[in-house]
Design a protein around this ligand. Structure first.
Ligand code: BYC
Ligand code: FE
Ligand code: FE
Length: 475
């Protein structure tokens, strides 16, 4: 179905055919806009931003590009095309027809997951709300805003499901999604990472690389859901998600390229010398990677989880690429082996039912995906003739959720004394001095085509436009 942009809320779900739902969402719309004005990139409300907007859900040509003032962005509700006769792909109801409505017995479980997913979207906009002031280029500024408006649309995607399928409870949850705020002492966002400040662009690139990638994996597993409207919503969200991770991967690549350039000019990798030149030394980048990777690992939940088992059993949340990547879609007999701390400084092997290990299965797939970027970045470093290599810390390192929560380990995953850990953290995570230094680099650059000194230009502009295109017309 084509998207109708003449409506107040652009959509391809035939909103006009359900007046009650339409009215309820039109009632929520001004609340969303108020939230955007208060918590979003509000200081740029009158700037023209070269944004893409979804105009269809076909793989080809789903987006159009043009200058838009962000408050006028057409946030809409789009489901990917239905798959005719879609069947449930996993769990106890494997092979039965997919559901168009939420079965009563799974209602609260679905609601909880949709609310958790929905909560992350506005949270990220809140986290990034001041970054525009320190943009390294207009190209980057535009990418930030593109990510922001699309996270706003992802909130719409979840709010649509809450309104359409969860009655009064759903409408109340939709209000709460605008009432919790990132980092708020009284009403924080639900998941840990979404309460961490993102106050510099190095954090933004790490967040879009590591945390948006959690989004990719969670959306992929929700795209397998038996509840067809949820599956279709998530499938379309994934189309947008690719760009967010692109921003992270290329952002970090550009930081590295710039640093390597200066290392070559100076003929040294001396940290102080590099900092005098205003670039990000590689050990500093490693500490940022350690921080955001370990925080994002917690987003997968506990290694052994009865929540995850029942989500899988009930057909609520599958594994990414469930159909193509796995043979056994029921997993009642399969088991999974994992290593957990034994409580006295050692590690023990544990065998658990596969269904209970679904969070860990997902986390493993995520870690493999994270490795791809590291390989590319290390290739750049190697080609420049340096020994230094970036690496992902162990999944045991600095965890707050799951079997390894509050177990003191080093980045290699060896269990160490608590005080060694506390002391080590200043080498393993960004120190206050690191953060002060990174903050000092964050000087805004707004001349078209110009880049801040700590980041190399990207390989190409957006949508075949030149790098010196005025991607944001500030006013
Ligand atoms: N922080 O059995 P457990 C994205 C809670 S990112 C705080 O271990 P479960 C995006 C958990 O809620 C994708 N609390 O875990 C990215 C539970 O609490 P309750 C977001 C946490 O339930 C960038 C308790 O611990 N989508 O889209 O199997 C920009 C024990 O739970 C954390 C989703 O997350 C944490 N890190 O799995 C914008 C998908 N981890 O209920 C957007 C939906 C766990 O006992 N959510 N807890 O009070 C889920 O699938 C699951 O809720 C989780 C947790 C995977 C998050
Ligand atoms: Fe999102
Ligand atoms: Fe995203």
């Amino acid at each position: 179905m084509a998207i109708d942009y003449s409506e107040k809320i652009p959509n391809n779900v035939n909103l006009a055919g359900d007046r009650t739902l339409q009215r309820a969402l039109e009632h929520w719309q001004p609340r969303f806009l108020d939230w955007w004005r208060d918590m979003g990139p509000n200081d740029f409300a009158s700037s023209d931003v070269y944004l893409r907007t979804a105009v269809g859900v076909d793989a080809q040509g789903w987006a159009s590009y043009g200058a838009v003032k962000m408050p006028d962005y057409r946030w809409g509700i789009f489901l990917a095309d239905a798959i005719p006769d879609r069947r449930i792909g996993f769990g106890d109801s494997y092979g039965e027809p997919a559901w168009q409505q939420v079965p009563g017995e799974f209602r609260s479980q679905f609601r909880r997951l949709i609310v958790t997913q929905g909560d992350t979207e506005p949270a990220s906009v809140e986290q990034q709300h001041l970054l525009g002031h320190t943009c390294p280029s207009l190209y980057d500024l535009r990418n930030l805003f593109q990510v922001n408006v699309e996270e706003g649309r992802h909130l719409w995607a979840m709010v649509y499901l809450l309104h359409a399928h969860f009655g009064r409870d759903g409408r109340e949850e939709a209000e709460e999604l605008l009432a919790r705020h990132s980092g708020d002492a009284d009403k924080p966002r639900i998941l840990g990472t979404f309460n961490e400040p993102i106050s510099d662009w190095l954090s933004f690139f790490c967040f879009t690389y590591f945390t948006d990638r959690d989004g990719k994996f969670q959306l992929k597993s929700l795209a397998e859901s038996s509840f067809d409207p949820l599956a279709r919503t998530c499938r379309f969200m994934l189309t947008e998600e690719a760009h967010h991770m692109f921003v992270g991967e290329t952002g970090i690549s550009r930081v590295i390229r710039r640093t390597l350039e200066v290392m070559k000019q100076l003929g040294t990798d001396d940290v102080q010398a590099l900092r005098r030149e205003g670039v990000v030394d590689l050990p500093l980048l490693q500490r940022y990677l350690n921080f955001w990777f370990s925080s994002s690992l917690d987003l997968f939940g506990s290694e052994v989880s009865s929540n995850a088992a029942s989500s899988f059993a009930n057909g609520i949340k599958g594994r990414p690429d469930e159909t193509t990547q796995y043979q056994d879609h029921v997993c009642t007999d399969a088991s999974y082996e994992l290593e957990t701390p034994d409580g006295s400084g050692g590690v023990k092997k544990e065998t658990v039912g596969m269904r209970n290990a679904m969070n860990e299965v997902l986390r493993e797939a995520y870690v493999r995906d994270c490795e791809i970027g590291l390989k590319r970045w290390n290739m750049l470093i190697q080609k420049a003739g340096h020994e230094f290599r970036l690496k992902l810390p162990s999944t045991r390192f600095r965890r707050s959720i799951g079997a390894w929560a509050n177990v003191a380990t080093d980045p290699e995953g060896r269990i160490i004394a608590r005080e060694t850990y506390e002391r080590g953290l200043s080498d393993w995570l960004p120190s206050p001095a690191d953060r002060t230094y990174v903050t000092s680099l964050m000087q805004r650059v707004t001349t078209p085509g110009k880049m801040a000194g700590w980041v190399a230009p990207p390989d190409r502009g957006i949508n075949n436009l030149g790098l010196d295109y005025e991607y944001v017309r500030l006013s």
